[in-house]
Design a binder for this molecule. Structure first.
Ligand SMILES: Cc1cc2nc3c(=O)[nH]c(=O)nc-3n(C[C@H](O)[C@H](O)[C@H](O)COP(=O)(O)O)c2cc1C
Length: 117
């Protein structure tokens, strides 16, 4: 219901400093075709302007396109470097989950953090 109505529930306190990250990977279960409401609260509280982002969603087999479009709108219409749809193994079968994950990561490689010297 909260997902359908576009709610933004209060979150328990957390620490997040966007200045520490160039790349931010946002993940969510798909609920009623869209992302989980706590993510809306987070995105409204934290501007990701100027960041590289990537999106992943887990589902029981439905489409993820609307979910990703809704997330992009909430972030501010940026273009994600990579998106990944995963199917809950308890709910369905995903033939090439490992291949999809590898492709998702390949697109992010140029932006991975370098180990401190
Ligand atoms: C309230 C609710 C709504 C859901 N709606 C969808 C949906 O629209 N499409 C879909 O493919 N899966 C849907 N699912 C399945 C979840 O996306 C899937 O089980 C999820 O990957 C499991 O993560 P979770 O246990 O953290 O919710 C729904 C699950 C719940 C609980």
């Amino acid at each position: 219901m909260s997902a359908v109505l576009g709610k933004a529930p209060n979150l328990t306190p957390y620490r997040f400093d966007p200045a520490l990250y160039d790349l931010i990977i946002l993940g969510t279960p798909i609920w009623a075709g869209t992302f989980a409401p706590p993510l809306r609260t987070f995105l409204r509280a934290n501007s990701l302007a100027g960041k590289h982002i990537a999106l992943f969603a887990c589902c029981s087999g439905g489409t993820a396109e609307k979910c990703f479009a809704d997330m992009r709108k909430e972030v501010g219409n940026c273009t994600p470097l990579s998106t990944l749809r995963l199917i809950d193994p308890l709910k369905g079968n995903q033939a090439d989950a490992a291949g999809s994950l590898a492709a998702f990561c390949t697109n992010l490689k140029p932006y991975q953090a370098q180990p401190a010297e």
